[in-house]
Design a binder for this molecule. Structure first.
Ligand code: ACO
Length: 427
């Protein structure tokens, strides 16, 4: 393939170089477009055709249903790896040795206490507050308590910020849930593994000894790995763009949490479960909801279906579907919602509307069913997604800072009024 692209603008031909990624993806490098054409720009709503950066972290092929972190397939990582190993891989580029992993974990643990005044902020939230709003606010508040984490000019400063957020974030996640449930805010146990400790912090009852459940540990480990990165999605792009102004890591992650909250992105896992519950309450008539989803005059969409990039099976959905079966079986939970989900999936996969538009179940179609079986409240589902996505956000932020990427600042095409004289109210 030619390594240049020719664009004709106002009768003049301009040549632009192309760049080819390691998986042979080709992009036209238009960074000189405005200079070459005296100000002509491109427009691409939703950035459907625009690459915002080059990245070495995650590769996905939406047509073939491939997802890899730093070259390792998601199937293999979900099966064999530990979440903290995957976090190290995403952030630093290689799987850790045993010594590196131990040091990484020890550094994270040494940063796992949050300033006790954070409790006062949590106390000020109403119990009805959505935990995603609470988590985003508390993550942003971490900057106030750790101001030195904003200017990260050296790799050491950057590392400190990274282990700090990895240490403190699970505490905020657990406290956001416990606040809602009226449970005392407490710490876990640093002698436990990272994922084990998350579960203990979330579920420990004040009047009972906490007993670890290996099925839950394995299921959560897998879910967190599956959510850990997904290249330039809405929340990750948000983290990179906020970080590009050199706002600190915590402020950038807080913005990413807000982006993830929406039902078209991470909020879909909550929306899926609410949808399945509504279908169940309405008599379980999946056909009725399939028709609603296809009716253009009805705003209803089949939540958990469709993806901006996957036009084939989301590989994470395949793994999660099997995990949902295993977890429910192991826990002895019979959930009619799982049957409704399977029924909907079966219908959608043979329905012309969904087939033509290449709409397949995405990562969130089955994740909520597992979270519910684990005893996690519906409003916490997207918070769990944020916990999983944290290493991806960090890795992408770090890559952006190390590459010294310029501040993100898109252009626009103005379509408002042209210049007009001011009219005073009196006239
Ligand atoms: N139900 C019914 N129709 C759908 C759905 C759906 N879930 N998703 C897409 N479509 C239809 C659209 O109406 C559109 O139809 P048209 O061509 O006749 O106008 C066509 O499929 C293409 O859809 P777009 O919205 O243009 O696709 P886009 O890439 O912009 O959106 C998105 C992707 C937001 C994920 C969309 O599929 C959606 O809303 N899905 C439901 C929400 C969801 O599950 N989000 C989680 C995504 S995964 C994640 O973020 C972790």
């Amino acid at each position: 393939m030619s390594n240049k692209a020719i664009l004709e603008v106002n009768g003049q031909k301009h040549e632009f170089p192309t760049i080819t990624g390691s998986e042979n993806e080709v992009a036209i490098d238009i960074s000189s477009l405005r200079t070459a054409t005296s100000g002509v720009t491109t427009i691409d709503p939703g950035f459907k055709n625009t690459g915002s950066c080059v990245s070495e972290i995650t590769f996905l092929d939406g047509e073939k249903g491939i997802l890899r972190y730093r070259g390792y397939s998601i199937e293999e990582l979900a099966e064999k790896a530990d979440f903290l190993e995957v976090a190290f891989l995403l952030i630093f580029g290689e799987l850790p040795s045993k010594e590196e992993l131990d040091k990484f974990h020890a550094d994270i643990k040494s940063e796992s206490i949050v300033d006790d005044d954070i409790r006062k902020i949590i106390d000020a939230f109403p119990k009805s507050a959505h935990p995603m709003g609470v988590l985003s606010s508390l993550t942003s508040a971490l900057t106030a308590f750790n101001p030195s984490s904003v200017n990260v000019d050296s790799q050491e400063d950057m590392y400190k910020s990274v282990v700090r957020i990895l240490g403190k974030f699970p505490v905020l996640v657990a406290w956001a849930m416990r606040k809602k449930q009226g449970l005392p805010l407490d710490y876990g146990d640093n002698s436990l593994g990272y994922v084990e400790n998350v579960l203990k912090m979330m579920f420990k009852q004040p009047n009972e000894e906490y007993v670890q459940n290996e099925i839950l540990v394995n299921a959560l480990n897998k879910l967190l790995i599956l959510h850990a990165d997904h290249e330039q999605n809405c929340s990750t792009s948000t983290v990179r763009i906020v970080g590009s102004s050199h706002a600190g890591l915590f402020a950038s992650i807080s913005a990413g949490i807000s982006a993830l909250w929406g039902p078209l992105h991470g909020g879909a896992n909550q929306a899926v479960l609410e949808m399945l519950e509504a279908i169940k309450a309405d008599g379980g008539d999946t056909k009725k909801y399939m028709s609603k989803a296809k009716d253009k005059s009805d705003p209803f969409r089949l939540m958990g279906f469709g993806h901006r990039v996957y036009k084939n099976f989301d590989p994470r959905a395949k793994i999660i579907k099997v995990t949902a079966d295993e977890v429910l079986n192991d826990l002895g939970v019979e959930d009619p919602i799982l049957d409704i989900a399977k029924g909907l999936e079966k219908e959608a996969l043979t329905d012309a509307y969904f087939v033509d538009r290449k709409l397949y179940p995405n990562v969130d179609f089955y994740s909520g069913i597992i979270y519910r079986a684990m005893g996690i409240p519906v409003e916490m589902f997207t918070v769990m997604f944020a916990l999983g996505r944290l290493p991806g956000w960090i890795g992408q932020w770090r890559e952006m800072r190390l590459r010294k990427e310029p501040i993100g600042r898109p252009r626009q095409i103005y379509t408002g009024s042209t210049h007009r004289p001011f009219k005073s109210v009196a006239k």
